[in-house]
Ligand binder design. Sequence first.
Ligand code: 5AD
Ligand code: SF4
Length: 481
Amino acid sequence: MLQNIELEQFQEMVEPPESEPDRQYYFIAMARKLTAQLEKQQKRKLTYCVTTFGCQMNARDSEKLTGILELAGYEAATEDMADLVIYNTCTVRDNANQRVYGRLGNLNSMKKKTPHKKIALCGCMMQEPSVIETIKKSYSFVDLIFGTHNIYKFPELLVAMLTTEDMIIDIWKDTDQIVENLPVERKYAFKSGINIMFGCNNFCSYCIVPYVRGRERSRNPKDIIKEIKDLVAEGVVEVMLLGQNVNSYGKNLEEPMTFAELLRGIEKIDGLKRIRFMTSHPKDLSDELIQVMKESKKICRHLHLPLQSGSTRILKAMNRVYTKESYLELACKLRKEIPDLSITTDIIVGFPGETKEDVDETIDVVKRVQYDNAFTFIYSKRTGTPAAAMENQVPQEEVKENFDRLLKVVQETARERVRLLTGQTAEALVEEINEQDETLVTGRLSNNTLVHFKGDSSLIGKIVPVKLKECKGFYYLGEMI
Ligand code: 5AD
Ligand code: SF4
């Protein structure tokens, strides 16, 4: 993309430009000067390590941070060696927060040995005022804290961090801005995530996301299409369109459009082979979208459709705006219209007031829908959400029992479902050399199932036909044909 931008023109400016993204390019140029000076003093390149917690949105944000750092003159390194360590945090469940605090303890010991080491924290967890208080009090060695709304301002904050010893905190409550065209360093050469929208307006009663990611904002379709065209020109064959609720894409644009219309536009991009998207909210999944998926040659045969609970009573308390019956009806329609579609889901166990009978309802939906995979989570109380104030929190022991019961059914049905393709030949996008056996490569089928087969690194990024010989539970062993 703009990796090759002439940074020199910004280096000559005396004052930073007002408009974005020029202002940030000015600071990247300045950061580059600073890193060059430090490089001379230390007789080596400066290094960074970005660790991502949480979802694919965060993974994409980390690619943006990495792109900026590379352009500013940093090189990748391991956490113990890096001059700058960044944690891009998640706060959707409390255990994500605890993991960050645990690792910060380790970083403190590292920083004592190498005091010039800089530590930055960003992402959803930083949008919580109580977290900032804890960090100020107990982790005062942290150098920079910023949030989800001003991530595009990272170059400016990086320069500030490099020129002061004080802790810098810059958190915004919300924003209506979307800054385009900053550098990005992709993890994979052949596939990429693309933000199509930011934030969420749904306020499910257990969820902290709307509070830490702000209100829903859709990107302009022209910007999205241009970004994908540029990626395809660089060799990308698969894109994952990212949003908390992609089915409501486009509602708040100046010229409103639907997600299905956006998909039609993306489908037309020459050279693009596969389109994925997540996450879909069942309440907004239109017939128009099902039709577009059905007719498409590029949209993958996979839909992530979070259920959260199969009990209509609990769904109401969760503010999910659908019922057990309407969800089942939708799943049934999807199965009928697109028979080879794999459906995956998220389920929460232990929402306040949930009884054994409610969990039975959830299990019933799992059995009927036959998910290819279901991510099951134990309810985590998030301060500030309506559910946190509900009085009937379920005792941990009861939650654990229900969770185990559900997990057993989820695994059984998923196994049944995944093995249905045994003996068939399907196209797989080769993603990497197998971690356990380097004579094998790992490919992903359109329906998101993984297959391992003999091959070498020359296949990475290619879509090849593979015979699915043996199902090993949730993945296949295969043979390229
Ligand atoms: N507790 C447990 N799971 C949660 N999720 C969101 N908020 C919570 C919470 N407070 C789950 C939902 C969502 C997924 C990304 O995380 O299932 O779909
Ligand atoms: Fe959270 Fe619900 Fe928004 Fe998903 S749709 S991010 S669960 S509030």
